[in-house]
Write a protein that binds this ligand. Structure first.
Ligand code: NAD
Length: 505
């Protein structure tokens, strides 16, 4: 299904449904340039959270597949078929890859929506273009990055160069399946590495499809492999593999910690982790536009059903405006009611699977048991569809020590915490094991900068929420991870620094 003109996308639910009915799901692993079943012949069901329908059964890869994929990746790397291409040549191939992603925008958006439940409007206008942009931006950058010369005595030359690291295993989550994959594979491939991608077992379809587009763009066999399957089988096999040079990961903090152990138990592979968050969104009484702040606070917890690592899940509001602000948020949340994910008017889709829905409902119960006041939502809805939907939910009267304020829920559940001074707000904001993102809303430039500097977070937004672009690095302080995705800084993860020293005779 190709489509070069995005404005030709279906305009309504019936149109998207019709397109979905024509979709054929590729469900095999992509290994050494071919689609193939898992070597053990095992499969797992791919269930749509829209209606509980089994979309297909997907290859469930294991240790043997990991061994085959890593061997193919190593052989391709050593052959130089990709690793020794000139940067301009790799750039051209990756630009074609990005073009193909754009050209298959409707199909890829549908795979994302059917597989993990996000609204089709967001899959089409956020996930697809952001995936293509990540690959295109990185490709365009790769022939503009230079090496260095050391400050040597004049009879010596010290050359400092970056070399691809070798075989990269990328393990990614289900909330933005293609974007998270692109943030890894784009810099890994641009710098000349071979890649084995393991998508989440909850959302494998788009990654499997991307493999064919990468092949069509000209990425040689063995350079890009996709192994669907579970974390404890193929994920663990890759993380423990003695011939994987670098492991990059986006997912939960618990799994991230486990991957560090696996690296230590195996070959000390480099491990770069993007993990969880519990991000504070701090609203002062002098915020320039309270209505806008409330609209963005609502979006910060409801967009992608709250299944966002940077979700603004702790809303810190100056006590003098708390009641008024909660009223504004409740009003803003009326535009985030759950609806059919294939309806282009829907803003809040389905929760990825039953386990995640159960987790969200359990946390709503925990919040009530902890004594927080439920002021909005709190219910599972649309059960008659067979799908997994929950109302965006707001708790007031939350203290930062409550579990709903300290633990990552990964759903649309907002904890509102009051404060009286900037010092108190910063102390509450930083009182977390996480440090992924934070926002501050104020008209006072001194407060804005004082608070922004004091916040222990990898991204800080002033008077907006969730800004960013490929031009800026993304990642976390503390247990939100290490290393950075996006921007030129991402290249650091996928290259080794080499110092070559020459004495001039
Ligand atoms: P998860 O940690 O459960 O799974 C992530 C990936 O790791 C999946 O592919 C899974 O199969 C794999 N995995 C699980 N156990 C493994 C093991 N023992 N060995 C190897 N691989 C294993 O996370 P999730 O539920 O898919 O995603 C949600 C989490 O991701 C949240 O914590 C969220 O904050 C985080 N996230 C972080 C960022 C970021 O950039 N910091 C972005 C998106 C999501």
């Amino acid at each position: 299904m190709t489509q070069t003109n995005p404005s030709a996308s279906p305009a309504d639910l019936a149109g998207w449904q019709a397109l979905a009915n024509q979709l054929a799901f590729e469900n095999r692993a992509y290994l050494n340039g071919d689609y193939q079943p898992a070597s053990g012949g095992e499969t797992f069901p791919c269930i749509s959270p829209l209606d509980g329908r089994e979309l297909t059964r997907v290859a469930s890869c294991n240790q043997a597949d990991a061994d085959l994929a890593v061997a193919a990746a190593r052989e391709a790397f050593d052959s130089g078929v990709w690793s020794r291409l000139a940067p301009t040549q790799r750039k051209a191939v990756l630009q074609r890859f990005a073009d193909l992603i754009d050209a298959h925008g409707d199909e890829l958006a549908l795979l994302e929506t059917l597989d993990m439940g996000k609204p089709i409007a967001h899959a089409r206008t956020v996930d697809v273009p952001a995936t293509a942009r990540a690959i295109r931006w990185t490709a365009e950058a790769i022939d503009k990055v230079y090496g260095e010369l050391a400050a040597t005595p004049h009879d010596q030359i010290g050359m400092i160069s970056r070399e691809p690291i070798g075989v990269v295993a990328a393990i990614v989550p289900w909330n933005f399946p293609m974007i998270m994959a692109a943030w890894k594979i784009a810099p890994a491939l641009a710098t000349g590495n071979s890649v084995v991608l393991k998508p989440s077992e909850k959302s494998p379809l788009s990654a499997i499809r991307l493999a064919a587009l990468a092949h069509e763009a000209g990425i040689p066999a063995g350079v890009f492999n996709v192994l669907p399957g579970f974390g404890h089988t193929v994920g663990k096999a890759l993380a423990l593999h003695m011939d994987v040079d670098c492991l990059v990961f986006t997912g939960s903090t618990n799994v991230a910690k486990q991957l560090m152990i696996y690296a230590g138990q195996s070959n000390m592979k480099r491990v770069w982790l993007e993990a969880g968050g519990k991000s504070p969104n701090i609203v002062f009484a002098d915020a320039p536009d309270l209505k806008k702040a409330a609209a963005e606070a609502a979006s910060a917890i409801a967009f992608n059903q709250g299944e966002v690592c940077t979700a603004g899940s702790r809303l810190l509001v100056e006590n003098s405006i708390r009641a008024e602000f909660i009223g504004l948020i409740r009003e803003a949340l009326t535009t985030w009611r759950p609806g059919h994910p294939l309806d282009p008017g829907t803003t809040c889709g389905a929760i990825v699977d039953q386990a995640q829905l159960d987790r969200i409902i359990e946390y709503i119960g925990i919040g009530q048991a902890e004594g927080a006041t439920l002021v909005e939502g709190g219910q599972r809805v649309m059960q008659d569809t067979g799908g997994l939907f929950v109302q965006p939910t707001v708790f007031d009267g939350v203290s930062n020590g409550m579990r709903i304020a300290s633990e990552e829920i990964f759903g649309p559940v907002l904890s509102v915490i009051g404060f009286d001074t900037a010092e108190e707000a910063v102390a509450i904001a930083n009182d977390s094991i996480y440090g992924l993102a934070a926002a501050v809303w104020t008209s006072n430039i001194n407060t804005a900068h004082k608070v922004a500097k004091a916040l222990r977070a990898g991204s800080v937004w002033i008077n907006h929420y969730d800004g960013g672009d490929m031009t800026a690095p993304f990642g976390g302080f503390k247990q939100s991870g290490n290393g950075r995705d996006k921007s030129l800084h991402a290249f650091d993860k996928y290259t080794e620094l080499k110092a070559t020293w020459l004495l001039i005779e």
